[in-house]
Design a protein around this ligand. Structure first.
Ligand SMILES: NC(=O)c1ccc[n+]([C@@H]2O[C@H](COP(=O)([O-])OP(=O)(O)OC[C@H]3O[C@@H](n4cnc5c(N)ncnc54)[C@H](O)[C@@H]3O)[C@@H](O)[C@H]2O)c1
Length: 377
């Protein structure tokens, strides 16, 4: 089992990565999340397609936690429209019914949607209770569960969705990544997680990118013995950046590589993109924008990223015929939390392991990024 520690201001987050961890949940929570016989526990569980997460992985977790006073559970649909205040209120009602007091625990199990929304609920319940995350997607293991960002979406005036516009930093005390749960994850969702792994490797440097390229075949086969090391490496990149800059006053912004484009794409709900697919497109756009901004001398990095995305089964352009209105996309980019005073800031690569935040990017540079992923009819 891999163990990583992360100090986030007053909270120490322990991240455990391995196999067969769900069955040991009671002991892990007792050791690293302060679970005691009298602790009230509420489980917020992703239902998963056909109930698979709740029925299979959730039941295993519940069985491991055993019969306890105050153990209650609720199941939640992992769709972006449900990453909302309504769901936060449902969780608060669940905590109330279960009698979870301020010494209790909220355990969220699922992908980034359920973990983000449950984390936000934990931040507000009784002014904040301890949170345990049990991520069940690759993306959530390497990214969403680490670093304390929680939140919900807000509807936009044009009918789109403002991603993560309301939220709080509320780091989990414990993150349990049992890679065995990835066996049931849909192919598209699994590949979506690879986009964040690729992003981490690009940020970390050539060694990490080389390891990503080398391990990809066994990871794509979901070799259960290869997954824990792969997840640990990628999660470790995020953890080490968050350790140095918890509140994103500097270096942490680099983790948004590709995300300003991705969030704009995700706001167009009709495109039906998963988060990782939008990030994949965002990485290509960021490479092209970097070239337009004079940070990259040629297309070499963009081509390498596209080849890797292709191997991952991820898109590097939008399907032919998809129409998007650039002005509207730019407006969403201005809403991005990295933007200041309506000016678009982008995180762009100067090379592998050389990522920079660029202030006041010109419209031409922004549009060059869009041109890279919009396919001509
Ligand atoms: N907080 C952060 O720092 C952070 C970082 C990255 C992404 N996010 C957020 O994470 C969300 C995306 O999360 P995601 O990609 O983890 O997926 P998700 O939560 O969107 O879930 C994807 C699908 O997989 C299903 N699923 C989950 N685990 C499964 C399993 N083991 N087997 C079968 N099906 C399973 C879910 O029910 C859902 O249908 C977005 O809302 C994004 O904004 C947050």
């Amino acid at each position: 089992m891999h163990r990583q520690e992360l100090e986030f201001e007053q909270t120490r987050t322990t991240i455990l990565i391995g196999r067969g961890l769900l069955g040991r949940a009671h002991d892990l929570l007792a050791a690293d999340a302060g679970l005691a016989p009298e602790t009230g526990v509420y489980l917020a569980i992703d239902s998963g397609p056909d109930g698979i997460v709740a029925d299979r992985h959730g039941r295993l977790l519940e069985a491991a936690l055993g019969e306890r006073v105050g153990l209650a559970r609720g199941t939640f649909d992992a769709v972006e429209s449900a990453k909302s205040m309504k769901t936060v209120e449902r969780i608060w009602d669940g905590l109330l019914d279960a009698g979870v007091d301020r010494h209790g625990l909220l355990v969220a199990m699922g992908g980034g949607i359920v973990c983000d929304v449950a984390g936000f609920a934990a931040s507000g319940w009784m002014r904040g209770i301890d949170l345990v995350l049990v991520p069940t997607t690759l993306l959530c293991m390497v990214d969403a569960a680490i670093g304390g960002k929680t939140g919900v979406n807000r509807p936009l005036a044009d009918g789109g969705l403002g991603k993560n516009l309301v939220g709080a930093f509320w780091p989990a005390r414990l993150v349990i990544c049992d890679c065995d749960v990835l066996a049931t994850l849909g192919q598209r969702e699994f590949r979506s997680g690879l986009a964040e792994c690729l992003k981490h490797a690009l940020i970390d440097g050539e060694e990490a990118l080389g390891a990503f390229e080398r391990d990809l075949p066994s990871v794509l086969e979901r070799d259960p013995d290869a997954l824990p090391d792969f997840v640990a490496r990628s999660a470790g990149v995020k953890a080490s950046i968050v350790r140095r800059d918890p509140r994103e006053s500097g270096e942490r912004a680099l983790l948004n590589l590709g995300h300003t484009y991705a969030h704009a794409l995700e706001s167009k709900v009709d495109l039906g993109l998963l988060h990782g697919e939008a990030v994949a497109l965002g990485l290509v756009a960021a490479c092209r924008a970097a070239r337009a901004a004079g940070l990259l001398p040629d297309h070499e990095l963009e081509d390498r990223v596209k080849r890797l995305l292709d191997r991952c089964g991820l898109p590097s352009s939008l399907p032919a015929g998809v129409r998007v209105e650039l002005g509207a996309l730019r407006d969403v980019m201005r809403l991005d939390k990295k933007s200041r005073g309506g000016r678009i800031r982008l995180v762009l690569p100067r090379g592998v392991g050389r990522i920079e935040v660029v202030d006041e990017v010109s419209e031409d540079v922004v549009d060059a990024g869009w041109a890279a992923i919009l396919t001509a009819d």
